[in-house]
Ligand binder design. Structure first.
Ligand code: CP
Ligand code: NVA
Length: 338
């Protein structure tokens, strides 16, 4: 795909999806996040966003993404306004375009989490200010920066030497973004899922175009053993995503249960240093109402990851969650400090 940005391309105005960025630009954001994290930890953080106002639109629920935007903005001196679907006219009484034109006159930037990528793109087009994609059904780009920073911290190899296996539902936001961002970073990326849950042709084409440039190796397989052999990172995501009907659980569990990340999966890597990653939230025990309901339906007390792996020594999921803060802060600084 020749339309991917080259290293010399200008910065996009908004942070909407991975394929708007060159690999060099993506690395710049990861480097900036590492710098901002170090500054925050050693008490030398400088407020670069004083006086900036940021709208946070959440059509879907969130813990990490919302908190990361709010805390990152606070630490950098910016103000945030949180809009949930019931607290604004968006979508039901006012179009995206009209809302965007209003918000663009008041705010310096807008975060959007929702269903359609086209809504994030429309907000960017009509608001005239930078828009930050906090997750759509198609892409989850802020998550990918946090994942990359976490890999850099825990896997002592250059990105181009990292083997990253992702198991489970790879046709939704996290799986698609992980394929593309891993290819962008030149990794040996393995997507391990039944054919129905493998990435669509668009995501594959974008990833291959990056791979042609970065030397990434891409494997898409339904065979767990092949997929995880030699992996440095094993990742997964929940099996039924926000916006999907709860009736999907029983069939989904039957379709994906062989792709659970458990002690056997980690052993199959044959790599004692392999780390386990998950964007969270996760169903690894019966401490959630959905987890208990799915247990009643299927008899499985852990879904996409077993509790021993989630809480075990190879798991870096809470470092990964913390890195949402530092990487989202890097996005805000890179796009608003202009
Ligand atoms: N990983 C992630 O996006 O988490 P939240 O849904 O809690 O924001
Ligand atoms: N695929 C998940 C990601 C949550 C961060 C969802 O869309 O619900």
């Amino acid at each position: 795909m020749s339309s991917l940005p080259l290293s010399s391309a200008p910065w996009p105005r908004s942070f909407l999806k991975e394929c708007d960025f060159s690999p060099e630009q993506w690395l710049t954001l990861i480097d900036l996040a590492a710098q901002l994290k170090a500054e925050h930890k050693n008490g030398t953080e400088v407020q670069r966003l004083a006086g900036k106002a940021i709208a946070l639109i959440f059509e879907k629920t969130s813990t990490r993404t919302r908190c990361a935007f709010e805390v990152a903005a606070f630490q950098q001196g910016a103000h945030t306004t949180y809009l949930d679907p019931s607290g604004s006219q968006l979508g039901h009484k006012e179009s995206i375009a009209d809302t965007a034109r209003v918000l663009g006159r008041m705010f310096d930037g807008i975060e959007f989490r929702g269903t359609a990528q086209t809504d994030a793109e429309a907000l960017a087009e009509f608001s005239g200010v930078p828009v930050f994609n906090g997750l759509t059904d198609q892409w989850h780009p802020t998550q990918m920066l946090a994942d990359a920073l976490t890999i850099r911290e825990h896997v002592k190899k250059p990105f181009t030497d990292v083997a990253h296996a992702y198991l489970g539902d790879a046709r939704f936001n996290t799986g698609r973004s992980l394929l593309v961002s891993s290819a962008m970073l030149g990794m040996d990326v393995r997507i391990v899922a039944p054919p129905k849950f493998q990435p669509d042709p668009q995501a594959r084409t974008i990833a291959q175009a990056y791979a042609d440039r970065t030397g990434a190796r891409i494997t898409i397989t339904d065979d767990v053993e092949t997929g995880v052999r030699g992996a440095d990172v094993v990742s997964t995501d929940i099996w039924v995503s926000m916006g999907e009907p709860k009736e999907a659980w029983t069939q989904r569990v039957a379709e994906l249960r062989d792709y659970q990340v458990n002690a056997h999966t980690m052993a199959l890597t044959n790599n004692p240093d392999a780390v386990f990653m998950h964007c969270l939230p996760s169903f690894h025990d019966l401490e959630t109402s959905i987890g208990r309901k799915v247990f009643e339906l299927t008899g499985l007390s852990a879904l996409e990851v077993s509790d021993d792996v989630f809480n075990g020594p190879q798991s870096v999921v809470f470092d990964q969650a913390e890195n949402r803060l530092h990487t989202i802060k890097a996005v805000l600084v890179a796009f608003l400090q202009r």
